[in-house]
Write a protein that binds this ligand. Sequence first.
Ligand SMILES: CC(C)(COP(=O)(O)OP(=O)(O)OC[C@H]1O[C@@H](n2cnc3c(N)ncnc32)[C@H](O)[C@@H]1OP(=O)(O)O)[C@@H](O)C(=O)NCCC(=O)NCCS
Length: 332
Amino acid sequence: MKNLSSEEIDLLRHNARCVVRELGLLNDAYFEIGVTLAERHLLIELASWDSPTMGEIAERLLLDKSTASRLIGKAMKKGYIQYTSDAKDKRKKIIHMTEVGRRTLAAFEPIAFNQTKDALSTLSAEEIELVYRGVALYAKGLKNSRLKNRKLIEERDRLDEINGRWAGLGLALRLFAEGDEERLYEIFREVVDSGNQFPYESNSIQEFHRQFFGPNSQVYVVHSSGGEILGGFFIKPNFSGRSDHIANAAYMIKSTHRGQGIGTLLAKASLEIAKELGFQAMQFNMVFSQNFVALKLYQKLGFNIVGTIPSAIRNPDGNYQTGYVLHRELDM
Ligand SMILES: CC(C)(COP(=O)(O)OP(=O)(O)OC[C@H]1O[C@@H](n2cnc3c(N)ncnc32)[C@H](O)[C@@H]1OP(=O)(O)O)[C@@H](O)C(=O)NCCC(=O)NCCS
């Protein structure tokens, strides 16, 4: 994106103000008809939309629910619209335009149409094309920025919610520090020794380092208020090069603390952290078909089984079990 100067930004703002003034929106060219700008948008939408609900109108007009409700209340008082209750769900109100609404629309629509037509008729075909493209591009930019801001707010809310739930359990999540090594390694050893959760042959400290502390790996630990390490996870690119937008992670919780929702929170937090790190998706390469808890957890969080590898894992008793590849987009 080009670095814009404040003069360039102010120039567009100035031109946008000129458009608003020329359209007579400050005088309100429609004053005689007694219809506000928001009511005009409402009636224009209703003319081409069969029986929307209040929520749908709010979404279409980019209004929050309470503003939409006030707009609809005023439009009803003026007799432009009325509502009926949905046959299946009585709480759902369906909005309809009345005869008064249709007459009002017919009174202001030609004014706006002719205003636009007269303005365009003073321009060349090339200039008209530029106007179409320019206005459409500006609307696109405004939309992009609105969606980006909404996404940031949603992500912050999700992280706040996760942090609140950690606090509710008397726990906290933080980046691994050197002093955590021994206690996190104990949990690693416990999981590897179970033989049924991680596919590593060795429970050695070297194996622990190899799996958890690669060059692009980040390790997080969850601890109690007393400082006891209860589990953790690593997060790293699943592949290098042109696939490094896909993350990989592995979670482990001390056996005494499983089944209390900690793993769910840990995995949810890792998805938010992965997004913050710029990953677009998360993939697990070898989830044991007999690791029912992990499979249940991942599928609950929106992961899909995208691959099935028969006889992928040798069990300690000499039999084999299937391995699954699980994948999830992060932007969902
Ligand atoms: C996988 C693991 C991280 C999950 O952590 P956890 O704290 O036990 O998970 P949660 O308590 O959040 O439970 C997750 C889901 O599994 C269910 N679950 C947990 N333990 C269960 C059990 N023993 N039997 C049946 N369901 C169980 C929970 O009910 C929950 O589902 P729900 O939300 O629908 O109720 C943990 O079991 C673990 O460390 N396992 C060993 C390492 C491992 O397998 N890692 C994954 C490798 S792919």
